[in-house]
Design a protein around this ligand. Sequence first.
Ligand SMILES: [Cu+2]
Length: 133
Amino acid sequence: MLRIILLLLLFLPAKSFIQIKDAWMRPAARGMNSAVYFEIINDGSSADTLYAVKSDLAKLTEMHETYQRGNMTGMRKVNNVVVKPKSSFKFQPGSHHIMLITMQKEMKQGDKATILLRFKRSGDIKVNVEVKM
Ligand SMILES: [Cu+2]
């Protein structure tokens, strides 16, 4: 019996210290772009890195950051985001966001979606996203 329990424990996934909070995205028509925002909370004692994002909502899903150059605001792709231990990192308007480029279908306020975040230590985390303004 003990042997069976030990065996089961081996197959349990490692406990993730990463939590995703308040995930939402902007409504968008088919063919347009949208953006997803959320907060990553790292309760663990080591840093974790978000290195990829997957979604079938759009033709392309990228991690972006917004930057300022003089009076110009632009955005550019980032390859990863490091979340330090015992801290949080916010994807929010005017800052980091998940860019959904060319939506495959219309998403209206109140609709729900899921995206997949891939972390180096915590693995894949499925995130429920609410569509709101
Ligand atoms: Cu963007």
